[in-house]
Write a protein that binds this ligand. Structure first.
Ligand SMILES: CC(C)(COP(=O)(O)OP(=O)(O)OC[C@H]1O[C@@H](n2cnc3c(N)ncnc32)[C@H](O)[C@@H]1OP(=O)(O)O)[C@@H](O)C(=O)NCCC(=O)NCCS
Length: 257
């Protein structure tokens, strides 16, 4: 694979209002493709929609990685770092997953730590308080100068860029996101300018923003990449395509998405 990342997106049309108009299309019955710990996690979701989204995203991740590795989805054996980041230490692939609202996104590359984030723009009542916690002083000043109408998307743009970086580091929100500083001029691509105290290392990060749909922000971050690192467009996948040709799960059900 040349020096680039591949980005994949899955639509997860599970309504948030609990209306299960077509239950056969929900993925709950295809957990045979998942590992035991994933099934246990799925069962802990009280909300059926959240469970369906978790299962769909994991099925997509397994199906996709299986294609890269020429393996079966069930044989993918994730390990996890101390902060919960799924990894495949023995495989020549770096990947990361994020989900929000009706979409899951997956980024895959070689030889670079990679993180991805996507957020559905929700109008949080305490958004300005959250901004105060996650923005650096400079970011906060720029945010405060924006008209109210521009703040929602600016907030999620900054949030997804920062979270993609801390997910690439594998630390997640255990990393002090305030010290992960991004330049977010409206007419320029996002850029990492400081990571902790280190502004030199920050120059070797590449950020790439993408959009799955209006009302969503998304960003992928890659560590240690040169200027020639390339970002092809978003590829849309369905579970049906990913699992086509594979044996049906034990109860004979086939995947629908
Ligand atoms: C990882 C984290 C940033 C996810 O944020 P989020 O907005 O809720 O979720 P996202 O959709 O962006 O990403 C979730 C996915 O990221 C991946 N992920 C989990 N932990 C990760 C980490 N530390 N770094 C990178 N990716 C991680 C997983 O694939 C997860 O999806 P899945 O569990 O459904 O497969 C956040 O949950 C976090 O910081 N967790 C750290 C928890 C921790 O440190 N725990 C201590 C040990 S128990």
């Amino acid at each position: 694979m040349p020096d680039h990342a591949q980005l994949w997106a899955v639509h997860m049309p599970y309504p948030a209002n609990g209306a299960r108009s077509s239950p056969d299309r929900w993925p709950d019955r295809w957990t045979d493709y998942l590992a035991q710990d994933e099934v246990a996690r799925a069962q802990r979701y009280r909300c059926a929609e959240d469970r369906a989204r978790f299962i769909t995203a994991r099925l997509a991740l397994r199906g996709l990685l299986a294609r890269y590795l020429g393996a079966s989805p069930q044989s993918i054996d994730f390990s996890y770092n101390a902060f919960g980041k799924p990894l495949l230490p023995a495989a020549p692939l770096e990947f990361n997953l994020a989900h929000s609202g009706s979409y899951a996104v997956i980024a895959v590359t070689q030889s670079h730590h990679i993180g991805i984030d996507i957020e559905c723009h929700r109008d949080l009542p305490d958004r300005d308080d959250v901004a105060a916690q996650i923005f650096s002083a400079d970011e906060r000043r720029s945010y405060d100068q924006l008209p109210e109408s521009a703040r929602l998307s600016a907030f999620y743009r900054a949030w997804t860029c920062k979270e993609a970086v801390v997910k690439a580091l594998g630390r997640g929100l255990q990393f002090p996101v305030q010290s992960c500083v991004v330049a977010l001029e409206s007419d320029k691509p996002a850029r990492l300018i400081r990571l902790g105290e280190d502004s030199v290392a920050a120059q070797h990060w590449r950020l790439h923003e993408f959009s799955v749909a209006p009302g969503y922000s998304g960003c992928v971050a890659v560590a240690g990449a040169g200027d020639s690192f390339r970002w092809p467009g978003l590829n849309w996948i369905t579970l049906v395509d990913l699992f086509r040709g594979l044996p049906p799960s034990q109860d004979g059900a086939r995947l629908e998405a």
